[in-house]
Design a protein around this ligand. Structure first.
Ligand code: SIN
Length: 537
């Protein structure tokens, strides 16, 4: 395989809201490469419908947003991280508006919608249900105004370059060529890992790459057992697993079982607007009780024109599959949606590896605790993306000389390593059916490590994963196989963390430990060298 070397001040891996916001922060102070493994806007951000939570309405206060976030996190939020989120959020949203973001309005005022577990209407949205696209549009346009930023699309990150315990960039694959990108600071913004599950709201790119490469490099990951399942995705054999925004329930949609009975009031006083984990489990219970593969979301009692105008994308997408959401009940079931855990960072986005920063869903600042409050993730991407960018800038200014020396010293070694990688992958690449294993893995995770887990199901998953251990140790030179290796790495981390947490908290529900369990306030920490540990909150 051909290989080459590039140098840059800042390498940003990922082009969603967090990566782009970080790029905007560092662009004035150095050269930047933004890598995406697919098309430029292909990220979870683009698919976000409901919106972005922010305490900007007349009836709201940052203190109330703080309380709601802490409550949703079920006792495991990092309170300082939440404070930063809710306090810095409003200014960053106003900045986004000054860059051209067009959020929906009622008259001359911003329009706020309601979502589960928010005690105020505080969710901004754009074009009804296309909030993520609007954010991507504005941020991509803003990034384009900086000549210092280059974009590498369809560039897959193989691994981080670690030298003298610091991150010096990454090895990437692009156009069948290995490129060693040396960077003075590297920011991971690769998003989540929804593709580990057979039912997910996430796009195909979410294979846990950033979590896996950070783990292989020796970074600390935290709370990987906390996977959030969104209660309502379209369930139809002929349609994709399309998200049906929580904002629909916020505007009055109700859930019914296959017999047409509303069931949520039996499960929680907040009914359809109960926290997500409760709604998802209630749906599963109803599906089991009625021996059905789905329940229904019902908007037929709402004004037709309002529904069409408020959810234009959902309306037109469902219509393509012969479901008119203004007239028909919509078959729905839950799907994997968001990873609360991830690469552990402090409030500046710094990981345990010098020179490596992480932000957005790949990171675990502790802002979401054990369960994320709806629509807080786009806000997190803005706030902590900017923060990670700012600290990467500070880091570069402090350590520039030393890092440049490192780059020249290791250049030859890296060249040699590249040849070795090629030979190893050709000689020792195990032969297996990548597509088949990915599909088996997704079903395994859904069935054994899903919304309801227990020791038996987790151990069964562990046994299966062992069969694929050789893949974790091999080197590959194709995106498909590298993705599989990353998915298996992250699956192992989720299963081990879920086994260690013998208790139910937030989105992690163990049918064999229904209470919180002892020491529930401790975090589960994973690190390659040290294995799995519990750590004080
Ligand atoms: C939704 O629109 O329901 C998704 C919002 C979120 O997950 O934050």
């Amino acid at each position: 395989m051909r290989s080459s070397i590039k140098t840059v001040d800042f390498l940003i891996i990922g082009g969603g809201v967090a990566g782009l916001r970080a790029a905007i922060e560092v662009a004035p102070v150095g050269s930047v490469i933004v890598l995406t493994k697919d098309m430029p806007a292909e990220s979870s951000t683009g698919y976000a419908q409901g919106g972005i939570a922010v305490a900007l309405s007349d009836e709201d206060k940052v203190g109330i947003h703080y309380e709601d976030t802490i409550k949703a996190g079920d006792g495991l939020c990092n309170k300082d991280a939440v404070k930063v989120l809710v306090e810095e959020g409003p200014e960053l949203i106003l900045e986004l508006i000054s860059w051209g973001a067009e959020f929906d309005k009622e008259g001359s005022k911003l329009a706020f919608t309601q979502e589960a577990a928010h005690s105020r209407r505080r969710i901004l949205h754009a074009q009804g249900d296309s909030t993520g696209w609007e954010l991507e549009r504005v941020l991509i346009n803003k990034v384009r105004t900086f000549k210092s930023v280059s974009r590498y699309d369809f560039a897959f990150t193989v691994d981080l370059i670690i030298k003298d315990d610091r991150c010096a960039g990454a090895i990437i694959l692009r156009d069948r060529k290995a490129i060693h990108i040396y960077a003075k600071a590297t920011i991971l913004a690769t998003g989540g890992a929804g593709q580990l599950y057979s039912r997910t709201t996430n796009p195909a790119v979410t294979t846990g790459d950033g979590m896996a490469i950070a783990y292989r490099a020796g970074a600390v990951l935290q709370d990987m057992e906390f996977i959030q399942f969104h209660p309502t995705t379209l369930y139809s054999p002929s349609a994709p697993q399309f998200l049906l925004s929580e904002a629909m329930r916020g505007e009055g949609a109700i859930l019914k079982n296959i017999h047409g009975e509303r069931f949520m009031p039996r499960y929680h006083t907040l009914a359809e607007l109960a926290p997500r984990d409760i709604v998802s489990r209630a749906i599963i219970s109803e599906m089991v009780r009625t021996n059905a593969k789905h329940v229904y979301l019902d908007l037929t009692h709402l004004d037709k024109n309002f529904v069409k105008g408020r959810f234009p994308r959902i309306y037109s997408t469902c219509l393509q599959f012969d479901i008119d959401i203004t007239e028909d009940l919509i078959p729905v079931s839950p799907a994997a949606h968001y990873v609360m855990g991830g690469v552990k960072t402090n409030l500046k986005g710094e990981t345990d590896i010098k020179g490596l920063f992480a932000t957005g869903e790949v990171a675990c600042t502790g802002v979401h605790g054990a369960n994320r409050l709806a629509s807080n993730s786009l806000l997190e991407g803005l706030v902590y993306g900017a923060r990670a960018g700012m600290s990467a800038g500070e880091y570069m200014n402090k350590g520039q000389e030393r890092i440049q020396d490192t780059r020249f010293r290791i250049q030859d070694k890296i060249n040699r390593a590249s040849c070795i990688m090629d030979r190893a992958s050709l000689l020792h690449a195990p032969s297996f059916d990548t597509v088949k294993i990915k599909s088996t893995l997704r079903r395994l995770m859904w069935e054994k490590v899903g919304i309801i887990r227990c020791k038996e199901s987790l151990n069964a998953a562990r046994e299966w994963l062992r069969k694929w251990d050789s893949i974790l140790k091999a080197d590959f030179t194709s995106r498909e196989r590298l993705e599989l290796k990353n998915m298996l790495t992250v699956a192992n981390l989720i299963v081990d963390s879920a086994l260690l947490r013998e208790g139910s908290i937030g989105a992690h529900y163990r049918s064999d430990f229904k209470e919180r369990g002892e020491n529930w306030q401790r975090h589960v920490i994973s690190q390659k060298e040290k294995g799995l540990q519990r750590a004080d909150a």
